[in-house]
Design a protein around this ligand. Sequence first.
Ligand SMILES: [Zn+2]
Length: 126
Amino acid sequence: MHELGIANSILEAVRTEIARVPGGYATKVSVRIGEMTAVDPEALQFSFDVLTQETNLAGLQLEVQICPLRNRCEECGEEFIVRDFDIQCPKCGSLRTKFFSGDEFALDYLEVEEYGTSFIGAQSTE
Ligand SMILES: [Zn+2]
């Protein structure tokens, strides 16, 4: 299942980011996934929940934004969203257009909150 691998990559990215914020914990992660990757957001959410439960990332919210496939026209430079595999430039009608976006997977943002700084003594997050 391809979504499980993606969920794993998201969590790796989250762990890397969170390591930079001492005393912080992640509350929400937002990712952008290209339409070309054919990821099923529900399956991804499910994998994500399975992987985070009973870890220190349990309860972390996942937001998935699916980015459409986009082409750029080689004639006029127009960038447009490809629908139904129609790669013709909507502006000048050229068929010389090239795919430039839509297969990406990227961490968009991560919401991090810090534990209260007023506590005294050792508070373990383990
Ligand atoms: Zn064009």
